[in-house]
Design a protein around this ligand. Structure first.
Ligand code: DX5
Ligand code: ZN
Length: 214
C-alpha cells in the first residue's frame, strides 16, 4: 500500500479556504483532513457540518473528517449528509463504540477509530472487523503545531500487527513533518496527516513532496 498524505486544513487560511484546498490538491494531496472540535472533548472550537458542505464541491479528494467531539452520534448524520467520505471518532468519547461505528456505515461513509496518545491499542480489538481506518494521535488533540510524541511509535506497529491483512488504513496525526514522517511509515503508518508542516510553508507543493520523499 502506498503512503497517502492528508493535509489538515486546521492550519490553512480560513478566509481563503477554497483556494487553500485547491492548492494542496494540485500539490498531490490524497485526502483533505478536517478537524472538528467542540470545546468540550478538546479545549478548542473549530468546524461544523456547514463548512464540510461548503468545501465538498471545491475538491474531488476524499474528505477525512476527524471528530474531536463529545456525543458524536448526535452529529454523525449531519456530517455524512454534508459530504464526508471518512469519519473517525475517538474511542475516549464513545461509550457505545460499536453503535457509533455502525451509525457512520449505515450512512454510507467509511468509519474509523481514533486513539489518544495515552489510550492502549487493546480497546480496538473488539471492533477491528468493523472499521476502515485506525487513527493514532501523535499529539494530544486540540491544536495544530504541537510536537510529535515519539512514544506512540510502538503503538503504530502494534496496530499494524493487529490489522494484519485486513483492508484498514493506519493514519497518524500530530507533529508529522519531513523528519517524523519516515519514523511513522517505518512503524507501519500509511496515511500521514500534516497541518503546520504543509500550510505554514510558502510552497505547499514542495512541502507535500518533501514529506512524500521520506
Ligand atoms: C490536532 C489535529 C490535527 C492537527 C495537526 O488535534 O487533530 O489534525 O491539525 O496539526 P500539525 O500537523 O500541525 O500537528
Ligand atoms: Zn486531526
Amino acid at each position: 500500500m502506498s503512503v497517502k498524505i492528508a493535509p489538515s486544513i486546521l492550519s490553512a487560511n480560513f478566509a481563503e479556504l477554497g483556494k487553500e484546498i485547491k492548492d494542496v490538491e494540485e500539490g498531490g494531496a490524497d485526502y483533505i483532513h478536517i478537524d472538528v472540535m467542540d470545546g468540550h472533548f478538546v479545549p478548542n472550537i473549530t468546524i461544523g457540518p456547514l463548512i464540510v458542505e461548503a468545501v465538498r464541491p471545491i475538491t474531488t479528494l476524499p474528505l477525512d473528517v476527524h471528530l474531536m467531539i463529545e456525543n458524536p452520534d448526535q452529529y454523525i448524520p449531519d456530517f455524512c449528509k454534508a459530504g464526508a467520505d471518512i469519519i473517525t471518532v475517538h474511542v475516549e468519547a464513545c461509550p457505545h463504540l460499536h453503535r457509533t461505528i455502525h451509525l457512520i456505515k449505515e450512512n454510507g461513509v467509511k468509519a474509523g477509530v481514533v486513539l489518544n496518545p495515552a489510550t492502549p491499542v487493546d480497546v480496538i480489538k473488539p471492533i477491528i472487523d468493523d472499521i476502515d481506518m485506525v487513527l493514532l494521535m501523535t499529539v494530544n488533540p486540540g491544536f495544530g503545531g504541537q510536537s510529535f510524541i515519539s512514544s506512540v511509535l510502538p503503538k503504530i506497529t502494534e496496530v499494524k500487527e493487529l490489522v494484519g491483512d485486513r483492508d484498514i488504513e493506519i493514519e497518524v496525526d500530530g507533529g508529522v513533518n519531513e523528519m517524523t514522517a519516515k519514523q511513522c511509515v517505518d512503524a507501519g503508518a500509511n496515511v500521514l496527516v500534516a497541518g503546520s508542516a504543509i500550510y505554514n510553508q510558502e510552497d505547499r507543493h514542495a512541502a507535500i513532496a518533501k514529506i512524500r520523499q521520506q
